[in-house]
Design a protein around this ligand. Structure first.
Ligand code: SF4
Ligand code: SF4
Length: 257
């Protein structure tokens, strides 16, 4: 079956053990106000436009024959300033496996593998399971927000070698406010992960005044007990891609007085 991805990153060193090739799945059920991959939120391909380089020459408005340009009413390929691109492409699980398996030659013997990230890979769980099956001879890792039904979560993690899961906010109300969903399902899936015996690490992005408070970090520590825990520094460049999608960076809005 086909899925939608928006990036493939080779030689990744922060996406699981060793050197990895990371595939970014499009679509996420959360909407964290600090999200630094806004092009991963919608499952559909999106037009990205660098307005600061645009000279208003009008060339992209001329009708073209490229099927991928049609939904956007602009020719993506003609721009002399490289202002336009499409984030997201559909690909079959077999086709994607064929594309990324050659990168395994540089991953090293047993010291790397493939990582599924996003967006949220579990949002395309059937496609993900098919891809996992195509890559079953490799070390496989997921970066997940943990938000999906428990059966799907179980089915996927039992086929993986390493799981990186976020717990962003311990308080359900604050989780709802800053990510758009409550954390009940995520915490249920965390318990499943803990009981699974799979190697895993919990991650928390440290967002100033939201997730980095003493109350939140103490409460997460209580939930995860002795689990391995990585706290990620805030990505201060996160706002730049919102402009290219014609969106406002929600964290900026949240922090306005
Ligand atoms: S072709 Fe490029 S530079 Fe010209 S109007 Fe379109 S986006 Fe702007
Ligand atoms: S879970 Fe990750 S990809 Fe989804 S909105 Fe939050 S930060 Fe963005």
């Amino acid at each position: 079956m086909n899925g939608t991805i928006f990036d493939i990153k080779e030689m990744a060193v922060h996406d699981g053990p060793g050197i990895r090739t990371t595939v970014f799945f499009k679509g996420c059920p959360l909407g964290c106000v600090w999200c630094h991959n806004p092009e991963g939120l919608s499952i559909k391909p999106q037009l990205m436009y660098k307005s600061k380089n645009c000279t208003n020459c009008g060339k992209c408005r001329i009708k073209c024959e490229h099927p991928e340009c049609e939904p956007f009413g602009r020719c993506i390929h003609i721009c002399p300033e490289n202002c336009l691109s499409i984030s997201g492409r559909e690909i079959s699980a077999k086709g994607l496996a064929k594309e990324i398996i050659p990168t395994a030659q540089i991953l090293g013997d047993g010291f790397g593998g493939f990582t599924f990230s996003g967006g949220e890979p579990l949002m395309q769980s059937d496609f993900l399971l098919e891809l996992i099956n195509e890559l079953k001879n490799y070390h496989l890792c997921i970066e997940t927000c943990g938000f999906c039904d428990s059966n799907t979560f179980k089915k996927v993690i039992e086929k993986l070698d390493f799981i990186i899961m976020d717990i962003k906010l311990a308080d359900n109300g604050l989780h709802q406010k800053y990510t758009g969903v409550g954390n009940g399902q995520i915490l249920e899936n965390y318990e499943i992960l803990r009981a699974s015996g799979k190697p895993y690490i919990i991650r928390t992005p440290l967002i100033s005044g939201i997730t980095d408070t003493k109350e939140n970090l103490d409460a997460i520590q209580k939930i995860i007990d002795d689990s391995k825990w990585e706290k990620l520094p805030e990505n201060t460049m996160a706002g730049a891609k919102y402009n290219m999608l014609g969106l406002e960076f929600p964290l900026k809005k949240t922090k306005q007085p």
